[in-house]
Design a protein around this ligand. Structure first.
Ligand code: F6P
Length: 361
């Protein structure tokens, strides 16, 4: 009898820990169930390209480096929505049936997709269209996928931002400067809030709380006058709105808008309001790379194993999630209708306020 074959792909922006998740899926499926696992290249693109871009995975080729490597050896894309595929001539084409046909041509009986909230929506729609049994594994440095406390990649990204603050603090202190660190995270302030708390920030600006520059300036004056400290650290999320309600975005090569640069506006405003010597660091994509942190490796491994077990039980159209120290599974249709941004009354916010960190309000 032919072995059961499942496919696996990574979709959306990369992050640290994806390789650990692919490794776990392959190990569980091949060693645990004697299935074949087909690695689909570059997210959904692998199934709509001609010839199809996919390879059978062999755990004997996994020499132990995968756990330690950032990125995804399968490749990924955040441009390949097959329902609205951008063609070379500038038009947009629905190529969703090509995805389904590509899946069928590989004789696959199920798909495991590692992605963020956007990818989960697209993959769910594609799998509904093709009646494809699907399990999602949540990943993104933004940690904004609903129903999971952690997504793969978040912890590593926060560690990178904390490391940046550790490096900025001594130079800020030596030069009596205000250092602004802009971090990623899209519309959720999780990276900024976690990194700011762990890295000793004086001010944290997040998209969930509109900021008032007068309040930020007050905090800086208080640091100067009461603490007699001549430097400060400010963390801001890339998606905060400026005082006049604008998001700082620019179109990338395919016309999609990307955040980046609001830190410079915050820096200028601080300098104007306080007269302080201010410098700005926009951390950018360094948050996506690097050696995966322990927690990302652990949750990626746990997610991968559970995803395959769910597939074996026929419990599909689910997403694995981390809740209360456990891997659980949740209905995909619930995940895709919710967004996980910061609970402004939650523990992390209470912690920040309790530490006297100015949240801009
Ligand atoms: O969603 C992950 C993320 O890194 C966001 O934090 C950021 O806004 C975006 O992706 C950057 O996208 P790109 O890699 O397309 O520039």
């Amino acid at each position: 009898m032919a072995k059961k074959r499942i496919g696996i792909l990574t979709s959306g922006g990369d992050c640290a820990g994806l390789n650990a998740a692919i490794r776990a899926v392959a190990r569980r499926a091949i060693d645990g169930y004697d299935w074949e696992v087909v690695g689909i290249k570059n997210g959904t693109l692998g199934l709509i390209s001609s010839p199809i871009d996919a390879e059978v995975l062999d755990t004997r080729a996994f020499d132990g480096t995968l756990l330690r490597q950032g990125g995804t050896f399968l490749g990924t894309t955040n441009k390949g929505d097959p329902f609205a595929y951008p063609m070379k001539d500038g038009s947009v084409k629905d190529r969703s049936m090509e995805f389904v046909e590509g899946f069928r041509s590989l004789n696959l009986e199920g798909l495991i997709g590692i992605g963020g909230d956007g990818s989960m929506k697209i993959l769910n729609k594609l799998c509904e269209l093709g009646d494809i049994p699907f399990i999602g594994i949540p990943k993104t440095i933004d940690n904004d996928v609903a129903f999971t406390e952690f997504t793969i990649g978040f912890t590593t990204a926060v560690n990178v931002a904390v490391d940046a603050l550790d490096r900025l603090q001594p130079t800020a202190a030596s030069h009596h400067r205000i250092m602004v660190l802009e971090v990623m995270g899209r519309d959720a302030g999780h990276i900024a809030l976690h990194a700011g708390i762990a890295g000793g920030a004086d001010v944290i600006l997040i998209p969930e709380i509109p900021y008032d520059m007068e309040k930020v300036a007050e905090k800086i004056h208080q640091i100067y006058q009461e603490e007699k400290r001549t430097h400060a650290l400010i963390v801001c999320s890339e998606a905060i709105k400026t005082s006049d309600g604008q998001l700082v975005m620019r179109p990338n090569e395919d016309g999609k808008m990307t955040y980046g640069g609001v830190g410079h506006i915050v820096g200028e405003q601080i300098s104007q309001h306080t007269g302080a010597d201010t410098r700005v660091t926009v951390l950018g994509h360094v948050q996506r790379g690097g050696t995966p942190a322990m927690r990302d490796r652990v949750i990626a491994s746990a997610f991968g194993v559970r995803a395959v077990d769910l597939m074996a039980q026929g419990k599909t159209n689910r997403m694995v999630a981390w809740q209360h120290r456990e891997v659980v599974d949740v209905a995909l249709e619930d995940v895709i209708t919710r967004y996980n941004n910061i609970d402004v009354t939650g523990t992390m916010m209470q912690t920040a306020r309790g530490l006297g960190i100015c949240m801009g309000d």
